[in-house]
Design a protein around this ligand. Structure first.
Ligand code: SF4
Ligand code: SF4
Length: 473
């Protein structure tokens, strides 16, 4: 039975509830009166239930859809301004004992090169990432209890935080690793991770079992209840995501929002981020073999509907998507993007030879971080390398209450400008720097509080003239 508070995945992601939600959405998808009332509710910026958001997602009325897009853009602006947080993935290991049918790291793939970075290799990769300008990493690894042990992760996190090369530093390490125990989550928290990310892949249990035929990941309930254990272990920033293309997108959408509602109900904190990956070509994976692929229009509508359903949750898009799709997605709700990414194990320090590729998926956006930063600024976005909340202990409900009250903006905007300035000074090409300096001059005037503006101006001067770093509000 559906129970948002239950600790059992079958109850909080209840199959019958999703089917009823989809039937309700189908019945009402052209009910203009109801749709208007849902849009009105969304305008209050307090979010929507999975049923309400599912009606909007199903709605085929063009005029209403335009209203949904407009509102998503407005909410994006209200909560995130024109800032876009930058990050990069770092693959630690592609050893994996699972049988996921959509990922080339599945255990039966005998030809893909298997690698696990040593601490020295991590050091080299991190220095290369710092030299690009990154401050925020998402660690990725397959599931292999013998090779990819918790001790290995803890040591790797320690290594990463300890590297100070020139003016570089990784200031926030997020981690995307297999579902684990409360005790292990506690250890990750103590090691100083930012967000624990785990994609559900699909919320449809029957499909899930087929798509994960072997390995520990086959256990749907253990996987789906991982965020509960993470929160019990003290990690209060968790990142959800589904892999669009595995099952029917409307089912996944409802499941995703139900998962968010469950975390909010059970722990008082919704997800910190939601990622929206789409199935892509990779080594022995052909996305054509999966029936549920979605086109760009559907993908963008999903993003807009998530934006208005959970306005306070960051949304992430990776280099799986190409430049033009990323551009449209940014307007509709994305708040974090990766840039200059490598999806292979290693590859930042020294690109892998093509015939030895250990990539998890093909990257569609191959631009360098400098090019991505410049592109964002040319569209008047502020690329932000800010990690202040995590470092000031503003996580979980502290972060959420600031965010929900809109107060976060008093920190985000100045922090974005100061971290962008650091990037421009240390890593940008002359062309990017010129565009960025102009943008900062203009944007600093938009810091509303005069006192804060003065401090920001002084800090910008110190970054430029005194080589000082790491200012934050
Ligand atoms: S998706 Fe993750 S668990 Fe599955 S095969 Fe790939 S790396 Fe392993
Ligand atoms: S101040 Fe906090 S919420 Fe704002 S960009 Fe920085 S880390 Fe993110």
């Amino acid at each position: 039975m559906y129970d948002v508070n239950s600790k059992c995945a079958d109850d909080f992601i209840n199959h019958e509830e999703i089917l009823e939600t989809l039937a309700y959405a189908d019945e009402n998808k052209e009910n203009a009166e109801l749709i208007d009332s849902i849009i009105e509710k969304a305008k209050k910026r307090k979010g929507l239930t999975h049923r309400e958001a599912s009606v909007l997602l199903a709605c085929p009325i063009e005029e209403k859809n335009q209203e949904i897009y407009k509102l998503a853009e407005q909410i994006k602006k209200d909560f995130y301004g024109n800032r876009i947080v930058m990050f990069a993935p770092l693959y630690l290991s592609n050893y994996c004992i699972n049988g996921c049918t959509y990922c080339p790291y599945h255990a039966k793939n005998k030809h893909i090169p298997r690698k696990q970075l040593s601490q020295d290799e991590i050091r080299r990769e991190v220095i290369a990432l710092q030299d690009m300008g990154h401050k925020r990493l998402a660690l990725e690894a397959g599931e292999d209890p013998v090779r990819n042990t918790m001790d290995y992760y803890l040591e790797s996190i320690q290594t990463i935080y300890s590297i100070k090369h020139k003016n570089g530093a990784i200031r926030r390490v997020n981690i995307n690793i297999a579902a684990t125990t409360v005790d292990n989550y506690r250890l990750l928290k103590e090691a100083g991770i930012g967000t624990y990310i785990l994609f559900q892949e699909t919320y449809h249990k029957e499909s899930y079992l087929e798509l994960h035929p072997t390995g520990p990941k086959h256990d749907y309930n253990y996987h789906t209840e991982a965020m509960d254990r993470a929160m019990e272990g003290g990690i209060d920033d968790v990142g959800l995501g589904v892999l669009f293309g595995l099952d029917k997108y409307r089912y996944e959408f409802a499941g995703l929002l139900m998962h968010a509602e469950h975390l909010e109900a059970a722990f008082g904190v919704g997800p910190h981020t939601i990622s929206v990956p789409r199935l892509k070509h990779a080594d022995d994976i052909n996305p054509e073999e999966f029936d549920n692929g979605i086109d760009d229009e559907t993908f963008l509508k999903i993003i807009a509907c998530i934006r208005i359903a959970v306005p306070y949750t960051g949304m992430i898009i990776s280099t799986r998507e190409n430049k033009s799709c990323r551009e449209r997605a940014l307007h509709l709700g994305i708040s974090q993007i990766s840039g200059g990414s490598r999806t292979s194990v290693g590859g930042y320090y020294e690109p892998e030879p093509e015939e030895e590729s250990s990539e998890q998926f093909d990257v569609s956006d191959n631009r360098t971080l400098d090019e991505v930063v410049r592109w964002l600024m040319q569209m008047d976005y502020i690329p932000s390398f800010c990690t202040a909340c995590y470092r000031e202990g503003r996580t979980g409900d502290r972060f959420m209450s600031l965010c929900k009250s809109g107060q976060i903006q008093n920190c985000c905007h100045p922090n974005a400008l100061m971290t962008l300035k650091e990037y421009l000074m240390d890593y940008a090409s002359p062309e990017t720097k010129a565009i960025g300096d102009k943008l900062i001059d203009k944007e600093v005037l938009n810091v509303p509080n005069e006192k804060v503006r003065k401090v920001v101006l002084e800090n910008l001067r110190l970054i430029e003239q005194d080589n000082r770093r790491d200012f934050r509000f």
